[in-house]
Design a protein around this ligand. Sequence first.
Ligand code: 4NP
Length: 167
Amino acid sequence: MKSVKSPLSVLFVCLGNICRSPTAEAVFRQIIVNRMNEGSLLRDMSIDSAGTGAWHIGSQPDSRAIAAGRTRGYDLSSLRARQVSNQDFSQFDFILAMDNDNLRNLRNLSSLNNFRGHLGLFLDFSPSSETEVPDPYYGGSEGFDHVLDLIESASHGFIDYLIKTCD
Ligand code: 4NP
């Protein structure tokens, strides 16, 4: 990773930026608030999300993602979808993909943009045996619950990692 600057910044990325990555943005932001007293770097983090695809630019998160998040106290309603841009590779320290397809696309963009930060799968930071956050878009509401389980676990693992390595 390039030298740690303040604020530390993280971008969560999925395909549409209406289901998984806005969920990650909202969950991670809330868990950071809950664990704020564990490390000074947590007090000043920049957190965002984006999609590799362009279909949903400007849209609110999927209503099922908003509803699932709300049942656990996360508010996604103010978020709006955007597409990953070249500028993101000069702005973020961590770019974390929800699955390998998106990671592959991000790797291509990152080499074009000389990215010096950490690019990888979000679930690399989770103790879960699953390596990808599955796309819930074409499934039922249980898929959105599973996304929340995986993202909550990876958020805690990522914060543990940040406290251990960057603080
Ligand atoms: P996301 O889910 O990548 O988690 O936001 C999807 C949202 C929309 C589509 C695919 C995945 N879509 O094909 O429109």
